[in-house]
Ligand binder design. Structure first.
Ligand code: MRU
Length: 377
C-alpha cells in the first residue's frame, strides 16, 4: 500500500527532499520515496508500506534510474522481511518490476543474501530483517561514494579530452541525485565541471516520451544554478552540426561484457551523431551497472512500455483525458512503438567511467580490467 503526503519543511535536507528513506513509525517500517512523476510541479512523497507498493512505484517510474532502482530493491527486501512477507516471493516481484537496469536485481539479491545468511547463522527472523536492512543501507552509502568518485574521474577525463575548458555538454534523460545515493552519474560529472567553473553549457534533451530530461534534469540543474538549455530530442542533430557540443555524457542501465550500453531510448542516436561529428560520447555508471553475465548488446532485454506514453502527454498538471491518464496527442487507437531503452555498441562509446576510473577504448578486456580494479579498491 502507498500513501502520499507533501513533505514538511523541517524534514527537507539542504539538497531537497530525500529521494528515498527508511522510516520506522509506530505502525511499522515504511520506505518513503520522492514521487518523481510529480516533479517538477511539486515535491510529494510516496509512503510504501509493503513490497507490492514498491513494485508499483518502480513500474510507474515514481522511483527510477538504475542506481536508485538497486537501492529501492534492497530496501524492498528489507521491508518484506520486516513486515513478515515471504522474502523470496517479494524479491522475485521486485527484481522483475523492470527488466533492463541490472542494478535492480543486484540490489535485491544483495539484501536477500544478507537475509539468508543471517538465517543460516541461526538468527531470528528479526535479526535477518535487520541484516537485510543493513545491506540496503550499505548499498545506499556505497552508491553515494561511487557517485563522488565517478564525478572526479569523469571531470579529469573531460579536462584531458577537452583541454580548452569551457565544456559544452549534452546529456540525455536524468542521471543526477534523483537516481542515486549521491549526486548521480553523468550529471554528477557535469555538476563537478560546473563547480570547477568549467561548464559553459549543459544541453538537456527533453527525453520523450516521459520527459525525464525536461522535468527532472531541468529541475536539478536549476537548483544548482547550472547554465542549462533544454532542447527537443530531435534538435540534437542541428546542435552538433552548429559545433555547439563538446561532449556527450550519459548514464547506463546495463553494460554488457563486450561494452554494449543500454540506456534511455535516444542515447544510441546521440552516439551516432557524436561519432559523425568527432565528439566524445562518454558513459558514466557505477560498477553495479556492469553485467558480466550478459555477453553482448543483443542479449540485453529492453523494456517495452505502454503505447499511451507516446500517444498521450502525461504531466502532473495535465487533466486525465486519455486512457493512460494524459492528454491525447494522436488519433484514438493509434499504435505506438515505445522501447524504454536502446543499446549503443562499444565502438561508438569513447569511454566508460566508473568509480574505479575509465575504460577507453571500450573493449571486453578494458572493461574486465576496470571492474577487477574497482573490486580491489
Ligand atoms: O526509465 P528511466 O527513467 O528509469 O531511465 C533512466 C535512464 O535511462 C538513466 O539514464 C539510467 O538509469 C542511468 S542513471 C544513472
Amino acid at each position: 500500500m502507498a500513501d502520499q503526503y507533501a513533505q514538511s519543511g523541517e524534514d527537507k535536507q539542504a539538497t531537497g527532499t530525500p529521494v528515498i528513506r527508511w522510516e520506522e513509525p509506530p505502525e511499522g517500517p515504511v520506505v518513503v520515496l520522492l514521487d518523481q512523476t510529480r516533479l517538477p510541479a511539486e515535491e510529494v512523497e510516496l509512503v510504501c508500506t509493503d513490497p507490492p507498493a514498491l513494485v508499483e512505484a518502480i513500474g510507474s517510474l515514481a522511483v527510477r534510474g538504475a542506481p536508485l532502482l538497486g537501492i529501492t530493491g534492497a530496501y524492498g527486501v528489507a521491508l518484506a522481511a520486516a513486515r513478515g512477507f515471504d522474502v523470496a516471493d517479494a524479491a522475485n516481484a521486485l527484481a522483475g518490476a523492470r527488466p533492463t537496469a541490472v542494478n535492480l536485481s543486484v540490489g535485491v539479491l544483495r539484501a536477500q543474501e544478507a537475509h539468508r545468511a543471517a538465517l543460516a547463522r541461526g538468527g531470528t527472523s528479526g535479526q535477518a530483517a535487520q541484516a537485510a536492512l543493513a545491506a540496503a543501507r550499505t548499498l545506499h552509502r556505497e552508491d553515494a561514494e561511487a557517485s563522488a568518485r565517478m564525478a572526479g574521474h569523469g571531470l579529469a577525463l573531460l579536462d584531458e579530452l577537452l583541454p580548452g575548458g569551457g565544456h559544452r555538454i549534452l546529456t540525455h534523460c536524468n542521471t543526477g541525485a534523483l537516481v542515486s545515493g549521491g549526486e548521480g552519474t553523468a550529471f554528477a560529472v557535469a555538476l563537478a565541471a560546473h563547480r570547477a567553473g568549467r561548464l559553459r553549457r549543459l544541453w538537456v534533451d527533453e527525453t520523450r516520451p516521459l520527459l525525464q530530461g525536461a522535468r527532472l534534469t531541468g529541475w536539478e540543474a536549476a537548483r544548482h544554478g547550472m547554465p542549462y538549455t533544454l532542447l527537443a530530442d530531435n534538435a540534437a542533430g542541428s546542435l552538433f552540426a552548429a559545433g555547439e557540443v563538446d561532449a556527450v555524457l550519459v548514464g547506463a542501465d546495463r553494460i554488457a561484457a563486450d561494452g554494449s550500453v543500454a540506456n534511455k531510448v535516444g542515447s544510441y542516436p546521440l552516439a551516432v551523431l557524436a561519432r559523425y561529428h568527432h565528439v566524445p560520447f562518454i558513459v558514466v555508471a557505477p560498477a553495479t551497472t556492469m553485467d558480466p553475465d550478459t555477453p553482448d548488446g543483443a542479449s540485453i532485454e529492453v523494456e517495452q512500455r505502454p503505447g499511451y506514453e507516446v500517444t498521450e502527454i502525461s504531466t502532473p498538471q495535465a487533466p486525465a483525458l486519455g486512457a493512460g491518464g494524459g492528454v491525447p496527442v494522436a488519433p484514438l487507437g493509434a499504435q505506438a512503438y515505445n522501447p524504454a531503452f536502446d543499446v549503443t555498441p562499444p565502438e561508438l562509446v569513447t569511454a566508460i567511467v566508473t568509480e574505479g576510473g575509465a575504460a577507453s577504448p571500450v573493449t571486453a578486456g578494458s572493461l574486465a580490467e576496470l571492474c577487477a580494479g574497482t573490486r580491489r579498491e
